[in-house]
Design a protein around this ligand. Sequence first.
Ligand code: GSH
Length: 221
Amino acid sequence: MTDTILHHVAHSRSFRILWLLKEMGLNPQIKPYKIMDGSLRTPEFLAISPGGRVPALEIDGKTLFESAAITDYLVESRAEHGLGRPAGHAERQEYLEWTNFAETMASRIEALNLSWIFLRDPAMRSDTVCKIEARRLAAAIEALELHLAGRDYILASGFSAADTMMGFNLISAPYYVHLDPFPRVQAYVARISARPAFLAARADDGPQEFYTKDFYEVDRD
Ligand SMILES: N[C@@H](CCC(=O)N[C@@H](CS)C(=O)NCC(=O)O)C(=O)O
């Protein structure tokens, strides 16, 4: 059997796949990259992930990119773990909505990361864009707060890959949005963070190197 290799940046969307693999009892070999050092733009890596993005996963003799696609591949090829919801399942629609909504939320974090962390010159940052994106991220978290009423996980029947897709967001979102007004989301974060597979994934994730402050906000109105 070929090795399972996860092309990974610590504290990034590739955590979704690391965590999902751990939930399935799989321990990938981790190939680490950094966002700013050019390692995601080499011809070798672009042959693996054409957009130069992580995650990418080598598994079963295939190479896959895009976290939602990798997630679907894993839950379908390893259906015995019950972490997906196949076509025809009563929760299929909700499963699709929330795995994709995780990416809607993540794109707000990506925009904030670009503004606060990855612009080489802070003078290029727009306070207006930062404020709008933080509000849009808060609105996405509010949607999750409402959805979690009466549930422990995103799907009423229990833990699924919709949670591994969403989980990464909630590690990063608190750098931009305070979670105090969202008690169900806070309880959800505590619940997912206590899962043994989540803890094992965090142990292998590597130290985050993006954030140098606990919270980023525009200090002028
Ligand atoms: N929709 C893609 C997004 C992948 C993505 O943008 N990953 C970020 C890390 S969270 C990345 O590789 N960024 C590198 C770059 O923008 O150069 C997915 O879910 O896999």
